[in-house]
Design a protein around this ligand. Structure first.
Ligand code: FAD
Length: 382
């Protein structure tokens, strides 16, 4: 079998398939398996997949256990409400990790399983069939009974199965940076909310660093690339009205990444004969619920179960198991941005008051809302 893409989704899929006895090759366009420096939140639903692959302990060693999600008024840093993640038991903890560390862990496990990772392999197209064809940019071809396209946001396989679809700009841009922990950041994800913008911060690597994602509403943007960098002065200017720990963190940012956030439709077809889409290739997800990678991990498990069935592969089951759940997650993520960005002071005051009261009177209930998300166990599919 061939997996296109050596990101979190592709490596996890290779592992899940190899664990079920498949012979797998990963084709990755880059010259090395590595990640841009940034953090990622892995929630209990994603962690269950890592646990089931035997990577739970190693993952806990490289990640920070999140104790809470704290929503704050960005102007003064005052806490509006708090989601106590310590109510989740240790086995299903919520964790913060550096993406590079997670990728390294997965790549090592993949190699230990005997999976070949071939680098500098840029795929041009994927053609379904009894033996699916992977057409490389060099013109060479590779065939396999199953090709898993885990080639991310700009997947070549998604349009091959679904036709081209135009993403649309959400009117938001995001800066991303990892900075030294100059504020003694507690082990929690803080959402600093303000009119038309918000910033998320959480600690990484034993608390030595802090991950920052700062989102601002904007009129226009030209390109969906991931590789833009920006002058840190622009980021500081955008969050100039913010207080609490925000100014000290932003003071240490050197070269933030900046990109436009685009919405893509969830792919209608996730599979064709001998081809399956996985992760962002099937369903690019906005970062407002921190679930893109978690969904890719869940996909990887479900796909391997469906592809390696005793009676033969059932890729239709894979789509059936995954599509509605992923669509619900994406809808929830899409809904979060406006809640964080309330501009009208009156509406903001009422919303913050409501959140505060709900958090104090029924904290369990707030967590309960996440039961459908964090409580889901894809590894029950066998
Ligand atoms: P990718 O990670 O994009 O990997 C695709 C791989 O395929 C890459 O290695 C690429 O080089 C390779 N590739 C692409 N095209 C080709 C080709 N033609 N030929 C060969 N190889 C190719 N998710 C969470 O769960 N938690 C979070 O906290 C979180 N935070 C986020 C914060 C931000 C700001 C953003 C933007 C996203 C965040 N996400 C988060 C989402 C998450 O990063 C993605 O959903 C996840 O990385 C998708 O994994 P993937 O393997 O599908 O794709």
């Amino acid at each position: 079998m061939v997996v296109v893409g050596g990101g979190i989704g592709g490596l996890a899929a290779a592992l899940c398939l190899a664990a079920r006895g498949a012979e797998v090759t990963v084709l990755e366009q880059a010259e090395a398996i590595r990640e841009v420096g940034a953090g990622i939140q892995i929630s209990p639903n994603g962690l269950r997949v890592l646990e089931a692959l035997g990577l739970g302990e190693a993952f806990r060693d490289i990640s920070v256990r999140g104790q809470a999600v704290s929503l704050r008024d960005g102007r003064d840093g005052r806490e509006v409400t708090r989601l106590d993640l310590m109510r989740l038991d240790d086995a299903q903890s919520y964790r913060f990790v550096h993406r590079a560390d997670l990728i390294e862990l997965l790549a090592r496990a993949v190699r230990d399983r005997g999976v070949a990772i071939r680098l500098l392999q840029k795929v041009y197209n994927v053609v379904p069939g009894p033996m699916a064809r992977v057409v490389m940019c060099t013109g060479d071809e590779v065939t396999a009974p199953l090709v898993v396209a885990a080639d991310g946001l700009h997947s070549v396989a998604r349009p091959a199965l679904n036709g081209a679809a135009e993403p649309f700009f959400t009117g938001q841009v995001a800066w991303r940076a990892v900075v030294p922990n100059v504020v003694d950041h507690p082990a929690e994800a803080r959402v600093h909310m303000g009119p038309g913008r918000h910033m998320v911060s959480y600690p990484l690597r034993g608390g030595s660093a802090v991950n920052i994602v700062a989102v601002e509403e904007r009129g226009g943007w030209v390109d969906e690339g991931w590789s833009h960098t920006d002058d840190p002065a622009n980021l500081r200017r955008a969050f100039a009205g913010f207080g609490g720990i925000v100014p000290a963190l932003l003071d240490t940012v050197e070269t933030p990444g900046l990109w436009g956030l685009f919405r893509h439709p969830v792919a209608r077809r996730w599979h064709a004969e001998g081809v399956a889409l996985l992760g962002d290739a099937a369903h690019p997800t906005l970062p407002f619920l921190a679930q893109g990678a978690n969904m890719a991990l869940e996909d990887a498990w479900a796909l391997a179960v469906a592809a390696m069935r005793e009676g033969g592969p059932r890729l239709d089951l894979y789509q059936q198991w995954r599509r509605d759940r992923v669509a619900r997650v994406i809808a929830a993520a899409n809904g979060n941005a406006w809640k964080y960005h309330l501009s009208n002071p009156l509406v903001r005051g009422v919303a913050h008051l409501g959140l505060g009261v709900a958090g104090r009177l029924a904290p369990g209930r707030m967590l309960h809302q996440f039961d459908w998300l964090y409580g889901y166990d894809v590894t029950e599919l066998t």
